[in-house]
Write a protein that binds this ligand. Structure first.
Ligand code: ATP
Ligand code: MG
Length: 293
């Protein structure tokens, strides 16, 4: 067992003083590992906050399959810009407001969700104009600069007419409040936003594609390993990297899951590192279950 911790980030190295159970808990509950593609995406979002207010605010749409890490990036962005108290105005400023697109959205349901998030739920019979005015007033007062919407593909569950209305609403909010929009969704969401030509023109598109056998993917795995509190350095050859890619279908969530699972085994059996042979032997849980059944 080595005593050096140069293979780890400072946070992971600090965890080495924890008992086994503590380290296992830390692995199971980890929320955020910074990898280059996530950093690039966050940097782009950051630029939106710095963009001067005006008509036609730039917006970003981020597409990727389920499990590619969209919501994790969204939460990170939101958490890095928490509400803060503005002494001058005496108001809690919220530069980043994050919501989830309601399922089968219409104008009423959309504003209903937005107002609940803003802490101003409306009576069920409130008319849409009132809801719209309330949302505009509150968002202006708390200084929203970026409205982030996750699960934006839910728009396409609506009828053609409902879809147009929701897209109009988004464009209206962006214009009126001079805010940027950030939309996250699975690939079908392209179709949803594509339904409004003016809106589409304003969106820069970022695609979080499945991981492939290249440097980006290797850096992802290295980033995860550096954040994994094992006492010994893990060295994986291309063969193991390829096996992980194959088992996980290149989906970020699965890659985290397999590395977490092997790391927990390595703590429990005292090896304290991930090796080619542990990757080779690792079987996805569902396969094991099927073998037992
Ligand atoms: N940067 C990260 N740091 C730590 N864990 C991550 C990270 N990105 C993804 N994960 C892991 O992958 C899981 C799935 O990620 P996430 O929920 O962000 O995907 P998604 O793209 O929003 O999927 P869906 O379209 O199904 O909502 C997370 O719960 C987490 O376990
Ligand atoms: Mg998600």
């Amino acid at each position: 067992m080595t005593n050096t911790t140069t293979h780890l980030t400072a946070n992971a190295a600090n965890l080495l003083s924890e008992p086994e159970a503590g380290r296992i808990r830390a692995i199971k509950s980890r929320r955020w590992v910074l990898y280059p593609r996530a950093k690039q995406t966050l940097d782009r979002l950051e630029e939106l906050l710095e963009h001067p207010r005006g008509t036609r605010m730039p917006s970003i749409a981020i597409y990727g399959d389920s499990g590619m890490g969209k919501t994790t990036i969204m939460k990170r962005f939101r958490d890095q810009h928490p509400p803060s108290f503005d002494r001058k105005s005496g108001v809690l400023k919220t530069p980043v407001l994050a919501m989830e697109m309601v399922s089968r959205p219409g104008e009423r349901r959309f504003y209903g969700e937005l107002l609940t998030l803003l802490g101003a739920p409306q009576a069920p019979r409130a008319d849409i104009a009132q809801m719209e005015q309330a949302a505009l007033r509150i968002m202006a007062a708390i200084g929203v600069k970026v409205l982030v919407i996750d699960e934006v593909h839910n728009i396409i569950a609506g009828t053609y007419r409902e879809q147009r209305i929701v897209l109009n609403t988004l464009r209206f909010l962006s214009n009126r409040l001079q805010i940027s929009l950030v939309c996250f969704g699975v690939n079908e969401a392209r179709e949803a936003i594509g339904g409004d030509v003016q809106l589409t023109r304003r969106f820069e598109q970022i695609t979080l594609g499945r991981w492939a056998a290249n440097e980006d993917y290797e850096t992802l795995v290295t980033s995860i390993l550096r954040n994994t509190p094992l006492r010994n350095p893990s060295v994986l050859t291309l063969k193991s990297l390829r096996r992980i890619l194959q088992i996980t279908d290149g989906v970020t969530a699965n890659i985290f899951q397999i590395i977490n699972s092997i790391a927990i085994d390595a703590i429990e059996n005292g090896n304290e590192c991930i090796t080619d042979s542990t990757v080779e032997k690792w079987m996805p849980t569902f396969d094991t279950d099927a073998a037992v059944a």
